[in-house]
Design a binder for this molecule. Structure first.
Ligand code: XUL
Ligand code: MN
Length: 346
């Protein structure tokens, strides 16, 4: 195992959400951005992640010059607070132009909108001193199989990424795969799909990925294996740790909330592969449970960070030598119990 290093933590303004779901209204009042920034600093987080319109609201009604001006002013506020902007992600799922997809929309005018919007997102990222653009491809997929040509959609995805890579020679694209929700089936459901598409772009070195634990679980995969796979390509550029109870809606539960062992194995893999050594952040894409009262609003983030740090101790104190001996002896029954006893505190 490599020499221990310390991790840097991050979350986004949307992770202090107000509790609205498809069945009911918010359960907490809206808080200001400054309040969120103060909370972030007070609780041991070093960076904030942004959607383009978290950084600059009402993007589509503003000129490029205005967007850059507002992004620069936000960047100054962050710098004054000693907080980095980790990434900017184009929100390609709200506009009337992205109702049936953004880059893979059947309508060329809508695809054009999605690319233009992504270039504005790059302008914002540049003004905020980050080279990382995250692509969660929310509506790139289908509700019914017959509605789009999946073969052609691969070309559309590559074309959009090529436009972004050509627009700015320094930016890096991190694809955040998710197999479903809001779509029935998404076109890039796993890290394997994301890294395969990266190879088709004009600059594969600048197209990597972001793994979200819940998204991997929704694809029926172990997030630790997804991490190892991405690290084998040196392409894990960001991470959304959280948890998920089975194959249902995307729950964004606190890290480790549902399955401590799956969480332990993610931390162990991050340690083993050296994630974070090149400045990558550990981000928590978690939401408060809807019944959460305003005075407990930060707890899901504080707890996720705490659980991560506790599991880091567990990863560092795991008896690897004994584990290796058991592997050699093919005694997986004893190895299984070794992990369980370790997690239980023996
Ligand atoms: C959606 C999701 C997003 C992305 C950023 O499931 O995880 O919040 O992380 O667009
Ligand atoms: Mn996410």
């Amino acid at each position: 195992m490599a020499k221990p290093h310390s991790y840097k933590f991050c979350f986004g303004p949307w992770n202090l959400s107000e509790g609205a779901d498809p069945y009911g209204p918010p359960t907490r009042p809206v808080q200001s951005f400054d309040w969120k920034l103060d909370q972030l600093r007070e609780h041991g987080f070093e960076a904030m992640m942004f959607h383009d319109d978290d950084a600059v609201p009402d993007i589509d009604s503003k000129s490029s010059a205005q967007l850059v001006k507002e992004a620069k002013s936000l960047s100054k506020r962050l710098k004054d607070a000693g907080v980095a902007a980790e990434m900017v992600a184009p929100r390609l799922w709200f506009s009337p132009h992205t109702i049936d997809g953004a880059y893979t929309n059947n309508d060329p005018k809508c695809r054009k909108y999605a690319i233009e919007r992504s270039l504005r997102c790059i302008d914002i990222a540049r003004a905020m001193d980050t080279d990382l653009i995250v692509l969660w491809l929310a509506r790139e997929g289908t509700y019914i199989r017959e509605s789009k040509d999946a073969r052609r959609c691969v070309d559309y995805l590559v074309e959009a990424m090529d436009k972004m890579l050509g627009y700015d020679k320094k930016i890096r694209l991190a694809i955040e795969p998710k197999p479903n929700e809001p779509m029935d089936h998404a076109y890039l459901p796993t890290i394997g799909h994301a890294l395969a598409v990266a190879q088709l772009t004009r600059d594969p070195k600048r197209v990597g990925c972001l793994i979200e634990s819940a998204h991997a679980l929704l694809a029926g995969l172990d997030p630790a294996d997804e991490i190892d796979f991405a690290m084998a390509f040196d392409k894990l550029w960001s991470l959304h740790l959280n948890d998920q109870n089975g194959m249902k809606f995307d729950q964004d539960k606190p890290f480790g909330s549902n399955n401590l062992r799956i969480a332990f194995n993610q931390v162990r893999t991050l340690e083993r592969t050296g994630y974070g050594r090149h400045g990558e952040y550990v981000c928590f894409d978690v939401h408060p449970f809807r019944p959460t009262q305003p005075n407990h609003w930060m707890d899901h983030l504080v707890n996720s960070r705490q659980t991560f740090l506790r599991l880091l101790e567990k990863a560092r104190s795991f008896d690897d030598k004994q584990a290796q001996a058991l592997v050699k002896d093919r005694n997986y029954q004893a190895l299984d119990q070794l992990v369980i006893e370790h997690l239980l505190g023996k």
